[in-house]
Design a protein around this ligand. Structure first.
Ligand code: SF4
Ligand code: SF4
Length: 224
């Protein structure tokens, strides 16, 4: 298979490129709340039954959207219209301006040069500041009674989506994105994701503040 054919196949899967500069972002128009991404993540990383690194949040459940506004929820909300039922894969988006990194007092959360936001387990003291700072509910604290957490009663070492960095290192997409039947989890550069959403005529959904947290200076690439 040629490199171009390989890229085309990836585009069909919603995985546009991997590695350096990678971003993860949901297409809320495509998500059907099937849970396939959650299962793929748990299976790939052996995530315990009661924990998860990705969560599907459904808003306005059972509410039918106003005609013509389903593809542009943000516009709809701004205009006071009902966007209808919307399901959103919530995971770590490896934000450009990550508030979790800013608030972590021990430098346990780090934005790496290649774009991934990683947790350094040995540095995490379980204070959960990142949980309060993240607007997307990504940080998780699996139950633990060990170490300092036993003293302050704050749960275990922080865990979250890793962006499947190890898979990306060998040219594979994140397990959630490759498993998603409707290609609702987009992976690629900011520009690739913006282009794909435009091609699908899907809204970026998040408000301006959230977009700037996730994409920083690239936010202007998104037609909202
Ligand atoms: S703020 Fe939340 S979504 Fe953004 S990098 Fe930190 S944990 Fe991930
Ligand atoms: S819980 Fe851990 S990762 Fe989160 S802010 Fe505290 S030290 Fe940093």
């Amino acid at each position: 298979m040629s490199a171009n054919e390989s890229t085309q196949e990836r585009l069909g899967q919603g995985v546009m490129s991997t590695g350096e500069g990678m971003r993860i972002f949901p297409d809320v128009e495509a998500c059907i709340d099937c849970g396939g991404c959650v299962v793929a993540c748990k299976r790939t990383w052996d995530v315990p039954v009661d924990d998860q690194r990705i969560d599907i949040t459904t808003m306005l459940e059972g509410v039918e959207g106003e005609s013509g506004f389903n593809g542009q929820q943000v516009s709809a909300i701004e205009e006071g219209m009902s966007p209808g039922e919307t399901s959103l894969p919530m995971q770590c988006y490896h934000c450009e301006n990550a508030p979790c990194v800013s608030v972590c007092p021990t430098n346990a959360l780090q934005k790496k040069d290649n774009g991934f936001v990683e947790v350094v387990d040995d540095l995490c003291i379980g204070c959960q500041y990142c949980l309060s700072a993240c607007p997307f509910g990504a940080p998780q604290f699996p139950e633990s009674n060990e170490g300092l957490t036993a003293v302050v009663g704050s749960g275990g070492t922080m865990d979250k989506c890793t962006g499947c960095e190890e898979r990306q290192d060998v040219g594979k997409g994140p397990a959630c994105a490759e498993e998603c039947a409707t290609d609702a989890i987009l992976v690629g550069s900011s520009g690739e994701i913006a282009d794909e959403l435009e091609k699908r005529d899907s809204g970026a959904f998040f408000n301006d503040t959230a977009m700037e947290i996730i994409f920083g200076d690239d936010t202007g690439m998104f037609d909202r």
